[in-house]
Design a protein around this ligand. Structure first.
Ligand SMILES: Cc1cc2nc3c(=O)[nH]c(=O)nc-3n(C[C@H](O)[C@H](O)[C@H](O)COP(=O)(O)OP(=O)(O)OC[C@H]3O[C@@H](n4cnc5c(N)ncnc54)[C@H](O)[C@@H]3O)c2cc1C
Length: 402
């Protein structure tokens, strides 16, 4: 255990020339992986290499929705494991994450939505996940601001409700994991871009970076939207497309929205941050891009959708908009596990919904790297599934985004 550094959350050490494990990407998933490698597996000779600053990628750009009500058993298991970790995370990291289990509504606007949503509620209950089906009156009770009248273009016929879902403050989560990892000896190195992956005889040897060559026993990619760029450095082609995903916040308002509201059909999701901004996200911009910006037409459609559900927000002003680059897979499920290169691991494909998975992803990835084999929770999420066809189609639950 290293001494605490009261003035800083973590040290900023010079990179050493060799580590047991090098993690590429200082977003939530990379930092959580480093933390659990150290705390659960005693592996502390670890560096997290981040080309920008910690949490400057999707980790600091997401709309922070947390839930575990995915359809298939495999997804429900890994997201529920993550939610359980969230429930003890503030104590574990001794850090205020503003984790708030205020509940998540997923609205249904037509008969198809109703059938799909109820099916998901039944599946979730079988997996031990808190899931309820609410009719329109039930929705109004949980969230009085949602417009449920018959006259609206997309009438609210009901919703799934997960009371344990909610939000957290994303940058606090990155900092909490970073501090926890640093205190156990992990080197967190910002401003260090990986530009090459060294492979010989089918085994990874280390990485080339803008701060010199760093050798490593294992190299673990956790680079979200840039995963396919990195994998290509080792000659691998990942089944990933990278798209901009936009979000926005309003000016600060009194606290009026008691829970998270999502709608796949109307295509928007809304929550209210502790500070008071309405936080809204949309679907991905359709074009493939690495620019962290998207088209105004998407924002326009997103706001039109939000006003369908919440006419009361019509006079709120947009404060700012932004985008992150999300890594989407053909089945809308993540990839966590081995690659054809020995000692090179991949954790990506969380797409529009990986914030909620931050602790669970780091926990399972750390297990995989430490033991050389996947945990049963992430075994189904192998790269192999795109060859065998054992896909885990979560387009329904991931839908509009996460
Ligand atoms: C607008 C938006 C809204 C979202 N809303 C939600 C939500 O409400 N709920 C939810 O669950 N999920 C949501 N997500 C998805 C979630 O943010 C991501 O799935 C998750 O953050 C990805 O993991 P990460 O935090 O490790 O990624 P990142 O924070 O993107 O980390 C990857 C890091 O790798 C670094 N990197 C890339 N290339 C290199 C290199 N060559 N060398 C070194 N470092 C490199 C990047 O700089 C970056 O910091 C949203 C995403 C966006 C963009």
């Amino acid at each position: 255990m290293l001494p605490e550094h009261p003035a800083f959350l973590w040290r900023n050490p010079e990179p050493r020339r060799r580590y047991d494990v090098v993690i590429v990407g200082g977003g939530g998933h990379g930092l959580a992986t480093a933390y659990y490698l150290a705390s659960l597996h005693g592996i502390t000779d670890v560096a997290v290499l981040e080309r920008g600053w910690l949490g400057g990628g999707n980790m600091g750009r997401n709309t922070t929705i947390i839930r575990s009500n995915y359809l298939w058993d495999e997804s429900a298991a890994i997201y529920e494991h993550s939610l359980k970790l969230w429930e003890g995370l503030e104590d574990e990291l001794d850090y205020d994450l503003l984790f708030s289990q205020r509940g998540v509504l997923n609205l249904a606007h037509n008969l198809h939505d109703v059938r799909e949503s109820r099916r998901r509620v039944y599946a979730n209950r079988l997996s031990g996940i808190d899931a309820e089906w609410l009719d329109a009156d039930g929705v109004k009770e949980v969230c009085p601001l949602v417009e449920t009248g018959d006259h609206v273009r997309y009438p609210v016929l009901g919703a799934t409700y997960q009371p344990r879902g909610g939000i957290a403050k994303h940058d606090h989560v990155a900092w909490g994991f970073a501090r926890g990892a640093d205190r156990q000896g992990v080197d967190i190195i910002q401003g260090c871009e990986v530009t090459g992956i060294l492979v010989s005889d089918g085994r990874v040897q280390g990485v080339e970076t803008t701060r010199g060559t760093i050798h490593a026993g294992d190299v673990a990619l956790a680079a979200a939207g840039h995963s396919s760029v990195l994998a290509e450095l080792a000659g691998l082609r990942l089944p990933i497309q990278s798209h901009p995903l936009q979000a926005l916040v309003s000016e600060l308002l009194e606290q009026v929205l008691p829970c998270v509201v999502m709608s796949n059909a109307v295509h928007v999701y809304v929550s209210q941050a502790h500070k008071g901004e309405l936080v809204m996200g949309a679907g991905v911009d359709q074009h493939v891009s690495y620019g962290q910006r998207g088209g105004v037409h998407v924002i326009e459609a997103q706001l039109a959708a939000a006003l369908e559900l919440f006419p009361i927000f019509s006079r709120a002003h947009v404060l700012r908009t932004w985008a992150g680059i999300v890594d989407t897979t053909p089945d809308a499920s993540p990839i966590v596990g081995a690659t054809p290169v020995d000692g090179l691991w991949v954790n990506c494909g969380w797409g529009t919904g990986g914030f909620k998975a931050t602790p669970g992803s780091g926990w399972t990835y750390a297990h995989t790297i430490a033991t050389g084999a996947p945990h049963e929770l992430n075994a189904p999420f192998s790269l192999e599934r795109f060859r065998t066809g054992a896909l885990i189609d979560e387009h329904g639950a991931a839908a509009v985004a996460h």
